[in-house]
Design a protein around this ligand. Structure first.
Ligand SMILES: Nc1ncnc2c1ncn2[C@@H]1O[C@H](COP(=O)(O)OP(=O)(O)OP(=O)(O)O)[C@@H](O)[C@H]1O
Ligand SMILES: Nc1ncnc2c1ncn2[C@@H]1O[C@H](COP(=O)(O)OP(=O)(O)OP(=O)(O)O)[C@@H](O)[C@H]1O
Ligand SMILES: [Mg+2]
Ligand SMILES: [Mg+2]
Lengths: 228, 228
């Protein structure tokens, strides 16, 4: 389903070249629940952005459902991003002038759901993450962990077939964090959703079935989670 | 040194009142190393912002070095913030148009250090957090954990007597997180700096000597850390 071969990403800074990814290769099958761990700055978010079709690699091949992503048109990429992928960003990326519930409703623009249904579905998502009494707060009127949970609810609202979660519990106490992980587990086990999760917390990674380790822009280890 | 008595903070949202703090009382002595833990939305950041003189309580008393903070002028408050307190924000608050090193230098405007010394001291701070090869990156050209480390370096640069750290390791792998905690421990043990740390990770709280637990806007538990 997702096949990355020798993915490289570099940034030009003046006369210096920053190698964010130095040849990452990875196969992720449909319905997998995988964690990505590794030191700060090792390339995890860069890898997630490429998988999520938000960024293009400098070189290498990325096949999504057997189609070479670099050959897809902007429209085809937009369709994958809006209909197939739910992305929980490390820095949330909420729209500051919209309420929490409006932020969560937004992706439904790309769904077949009639607009009279949007509020009802967004309300369910907000309840699932424990924010039913924060619907009309703007992001600046929410705590850090509440903003993170709005970002989570927004990523799940369109029933994506792939969820990319970049540090989804970084601002959550253990209890709220485990509640989120059980939601993700439910999507994986009940709906067969593929989940790719970046985390630095081993207890969170234990909810997944496979952990890949990234260091200096490459995959250095690939292990099964045994309690699962 | 810091005495909070029955601190309340509420926000008016239309006809509804949100009680972020419902009467928090706390005594923090000079040189203490204390953690604050509690569920998402329980009032930890609100408490930190009041202690850091960034926000005023709705009611209650806050004495800083025996002076009632609500009676201080804006100038006196600004002096406390700029000269005595180093604040590591949960959402970093870096200036997007300045490089990492420039962001770290900024608080030195309020110090007695001559400007020719600023770059040298900021460079030392960047080295201490492992970012000597990211000096000229803007925040958008840094990973989440690198931005967090710039925010940490910036909070320490003015040799504050109190460090307020709101989830300082939320985006860091365990190794980088422990490196940061050892820096904070050094400030506490070698320089007698008071450290107040919000964290949701028990391993991180273990670096401190006291943990207070917050729930629904009040302090519900106050415990000693025994391994220390
Ligand atoms: N400007 C505001 N207007 C209305 N409510 C607010 C505002 N700022 C914060 N709140 C509410 O106050 C409560 C406490 O917020 P605070 O940021 O202190 O929580 P926290 O303990 O730091 O949470 P987290 O662990 O998620 O960061 C939250 O329920 C939040 O929704
Ligand atoms: N726009 C950019 N220009 C230059 N360098 C960049 C840019 N974006 C990222 N980098 C660099 O690429 C490297 C990888 O960044 P990435 O965000 O993928 O790391 P990460 O593994 O997600 O880190 P963290 O755990 O801290 O979030 C970092 O060293 C970062 O400084
Ligand atoms: Mg990242
Ligand atoms: Mg907070």
């Amino acid at each position: 389903m997702i096949v990355l071969k020798d993915i490289k990403k570099s940034y030009q800074m003046g006369d210096q070249s920053i190698e964010a990814l130095r040849g990452a290769s990875l196969v992720i099958k449909e319905g997998e629940f995988m964690s990505i761990m590794g030191p700060s700055g090792s390339g995890k978010s860069t890898l997630m952005n490429i998988i999520g079709c938000l960024d293009r690699p400098t070189s290498g091949s990325y096949k999504f459902d057997n189609k070479e992503v670099s050959q897809l048109s902007d429209d085809e990429l937009a369709t994958i991003r809006n209909e197939k992928i739910g992305f929980i960003f490390q820095s949330f990326n909420l729209l500051p002038r919209f309420t929490a519930i409006k932020n969560v409703e937004l992706p439904l623009i790309y769904s077949k759901l009639p607009s009279v249904e949007w509020h009802k579905r967004a309300l369910e998502a907000m309840k699932a993450v424990g924010l039913e009494n924060r619907l009309n707060h703007k992001p600046s009127e929410l705590s850090g962990g509440q903003q993170q949970r709005v970002a989570i609810a927004r990523a799940l609202i369109n029933n994506p077939s792939i969820i990319l979660a970049d540090e989804p519990t970084g601002n959550l106490d253990s209890k709220s964090g485990e509640q989120i992980m059980r939601i993700l587990q439910g999507f994986n086990e009940d709906k067969g959703v593929t989940i790719i999760l970046v985390t630095h917390e081993p207890n969170i990674a234990q909810f997944s079935k496979r952990i890949i380790h990234v260091k200096d822009g490459a995959v250095i280890k690939d292990e099964k989670v045994l309690n699962n």
